[in-house]
Design a protein around this ligand. Structure first.
Ligand code: 4AD
Ligand code: MG
Length: 484
């Protein structure tokens, strides 16, 4: 395997060897006829300093070595004289692969706003911030697979094109090959989907859960990790139209087991990032401090990034019921002073301001809320027996809320009783016949089971400290935007 800059910087054994290093020029500066080139090949946040002593490289070549150009530098790796790096390359020759005209290349060595960089997302992998974010993204994805595989889960692939609406929320992108100008019609004037590609209405999946349940009730423990689509018109820093979701589903798990798994899993992947992305996270911590300098004190993160991550890894998540959470909100200062935009009462769907109050102000740590009102949750959640402590019918649901993020995980124990499930479907207007395949799991060998979905980009936001979800996915899709 070819070595990369991260290898040269890490292993002192390369010192004294003649090497060829390939990468993109971050900066070039000249001091007393010596040129210092900061070279980066994407393998690490750290640059290799390439030193061109006076007269070694011709001016014709040096002229082409500008920010953004791609070069190969050959020379001897030596212990560095200067501060800031342990080794540097004393260059003997440079080959320029591709120039980057300084008058045209948008990424110059200065601070660019994240908004500007979003417009040139095709060049974001060339920047320090985004290369760090995407290396962390990779590490987290790897940790997800490692965690589940090490713990006896099988990677399961639910379909991306489906005929079902798993969440029953109807926020779906249609998949069709019908001619929009001239679709085949039924006698009553409605579109005849029997003539469509699949012979029925289909859409991009909003969740792989339902097909995941089929697998769990045979394979035992499975997880999905794939793209998920929601056509909700949400222009927020936490919503994407295309995002990646991780959905474990486990037979014989009840709500308590589900919570324990969610906590252990999140702590594991964050710990993995802390151990394997030290340089990138240190860089991102500094970036965040810099960004927050201009914000008022009360909008800044209460802890530096690494301390925050360490805290989450080391401390148990708070567990409480929705009913208890409502009580806390009713007792809260913002409620009493009428500072919440949305009123608080038992039965409401918690708004992000309520969730943030609970995790950021009240508990100051991740919180698992359980036993939500039946009326505001999906049809498949297990109906709880009536309990005096709740104020109405609830389901065995759990949402995991994170500081600065809000809902990171949504999940539940599943309704495994056929009659109850069918009754609930009818109540909310889902035709049981259309999901007969799903109901077969409850007809034959039904068993208690549970699962949850974690929004991968929200996890990356938390770990990297990036404020906008559009900055943690390579090519964000959101209302009115599907560039690249
Ligand atoms: O709470 P949600 O809608 O739950 C489900 O889809 C269940 N079927 C999961 C399950 O039990 N298997 O979504 C799960 C998570 C949310 O907590 C959130 O982190 C993320 O997916 N999410 C989004 N992330 C980015 N953009 C969006 N538009 C998102 N919608 C949900
Ligand atoms: Mg949810």
């Amino acid at each position: 395997m070819k070595y990369q800059i991260k290898d040269y910087l890490r292993h002192h054994g390369f010192v004294g060897q003649t090497l060829t290093v390939q990468g993109w020029v971050r900066t070039k500066r000249e001091s007393k006829n010596v040129n210092f080139i900061a070279l980066n090949d994407g393998s690490t946040i750290n640059n290799l300093q390439v030193v061109a002593e006076a007269g070694v490289i011709s001016d014709d070549i040096l002229k082409l070595v500008t920010t953004g150009s791609a070069i190969a530098a050959t020379g001897v790796l030596v212990d560095s004289q200067g501060a800031g790096q342990s080794v540097e390359l004393k260059v003997e020759s440079i080959e320029v692969y591709g120039t980057a005209d300084p008058d045209l290349y948008p990424l110059q060595p200065k601070r660019h706003s994240l908004e500007f960089l979003r417009e040139i997302a095709h060049l974001r992998p060339r920047t320090n911030t985004f290369s760090a974010v995407f290396r962390v993204r990779h590490a987290l994805a790897f940790a997800v697979h490692k965690y589940f595989s090490d713990n006896g889960f099988f990677y399961w692939n639910s379909p991306i094109i489906t005929g079902s609406d798993a969440e029953g929320a109807g926020e779906m992108f249609r998949v069709t090959t019908l001619d929009p100008k001239n679709p085949p019609l039924n006698e009553d004037g409605s579109i005849n989907y029997k003539e469509d590609f699949f012979g029925k209405e289909t859409n991009l999946t909003v969740s792989g859960q339902l097909e995941g349940e089929l697998a769990a009730l045979g394979l035992g423990k499975i997880y999905t990790f794939g793209p998920t689509f929601r056509a909700e018109n949400s222009n927020t820093t936490r919503h994407l139209a295309e995002f990646w979701m991780i959905e474990p589903e486990m037979a014989f798990f009840e709500l308590e087991d589900n919570m324990a798994l969610a906590e252990d899993f999140v702590q594991y992947v964050i710990k993995y990032a802390l151990e394997n992305c030290q340089d990138d996270l240190a860089f991102l911590e500094k970036r965040l401090l810099e960004e927050e300098k201009n914000k008022p004190q009360n909008e800044r993160s209460p802890m530096p990034l690494l301390e925050k991550l360490q805290f989450v890894v080391e401390n148990e998540f708070e567990r409480l019921t929705y009913t208890k959470a409502i009580e806390i909100l009713l007792q809260s200062k913002p409620h009493k002073e009428k500072k919440f935009q949305y009123p608080v009462e038992w039965g409401i769907d918690l708004q992000s301001e309520h969730e943030r109050y609970l995790v950021e102000k009240h508990f100051k740590k991740p919180v698992i809320l359980t036993h939500y009102p039946r009326a505001i949750k999906a049809f498949y959640m297990k109906q709880e027996v009536d309990r005096p402590e709740d104020k109405g019918p609830t389901v065995r649901a759990m949402d995991v809320l994170f500081p600065g993020i809000g809902e990171m995980i949504g999940g539940s124990q599943r309704e495994d009783n056929l009659e109850k499930l069918v009754a609930r479907m009818e109540e909310v207007g889902i035709d049981p016949q259309s999901m007969d395949w799903f109901l077969d799991t409850r007809r034959f060998g039904s068993a208690p089971h549970s699962g949850f979905g974690l929004g991968f980009e929200r996890l990356i936001q938390f770990v990297t400290g990036m404020g906008n979800i559009r900055d943690v996915i390579p090519f964000p899709r959101f209302p009115k935007s599907a560039e690249f």
